[in-house]
Design a protein around this ligand. Sequence first.
Ligand code: AP5
Ligand code: MG
Length: 214
Amino acid sequence: MKIIMLGAPGAGKGTQAKRIAKKYSIPHISTGDILRANVKGETELGKKAQVFMNQGLLVPDDLVIDMLMDRIGQADCEKGYVLDGFPRTIPQAESLDAALAGLGEKMDFAIDVDVPDENIVKRMGGRRACVNCGATYHVEFNPTKTEGICDACGEKLILRDDDKPETVQKRLDVYHDQTQPLIAYYEKAGILNTVDGTQNMEDVFESIVQILGA
Ligand code: AP5
Ligand code: MG
C-alpha cells in the first residue's frame, strides 16, 4: 500500500502517518524528518537545506527528489510506505509518478488532512518534537508524562526553529501557493480522499482507516 499524506503545515500529517505506519506495517517516510536529521548531522545536504527550512521556504526540488528516491528504493519499502511531506510541488509529484511508472507501480491513496489556517497557528506553538526519535507531542492536545521529556526515548524535547509564529505564517503562504495545487492533481488521478483534520486525533485516524480499509 502506497500512501501520500497531504495537508498544510501542522495539519497532523506526521501524527497520522505514524499511526498508519504502525497499523499497516509499512515505513513512515517524512522528508521533513530526514532533512532535520541531516541538519543535525551537519551533512552537506543538511547545510544547504537549513537555509531554506529556517525561513519557512521549501528546499529545492532536485535535493528533495534525489533524497526521496533513494529512500523509497530501500528494501523495507517493497510492500509500500506512507509519505509525509512529499510531494510538495507539482514537479515532485511528477517525478514520483514517473519513477513509479518505470517500475510498473503507482500510488494507491492521497489523503488530504484538511485544517483551516486559523487552527494551525495554535497547534504549532504548542508542538514539541523529539529530534532523537521523531516523536511529536502537543502541550495541550497530546502532552508527555514528564514535561519537556520524550515518553518514547527520554530525550529532551524541542520547539522546532520553524514553529515561530512569523515562520508558520510564511509556511502557510508557501503551502497555499506551491503545495495545495496537488489536491487537484491527485483528484484528477482518482486517488484523492479528504478527512476533516479538525477532529481529535483518534477520530481523524478512524476516518483514515475507513478509507484505507481495516
Ligand atoms: P515538515 O517537517 O514536513 O513540516 P510541515 O509540512 O510544515 O508539517 P509539520 O510537520 O509542521 O506538520 P504535520 O502536518 O506533520 O503536523 P503534526 O502531526 O506534527 O517540513 C519542514 C520543512 O522541511 C519545510 O518547511 C521545508 O522547508 C522542508 N521540506 C520538507 N519536505 C519537503 C519537500 N518535499 N520539498 C521541499 N521542502 C521540504 O501536528 C502538529 C501539532 O498538532 C502537533 O503538536 C500535534 O500533536 C498536534 N495535533 C495533530 N493532530 C491534532 C488533532 N487532530 N487535534 C489537535 N492537535 C493535533
Ligand atoms: Mg510533520
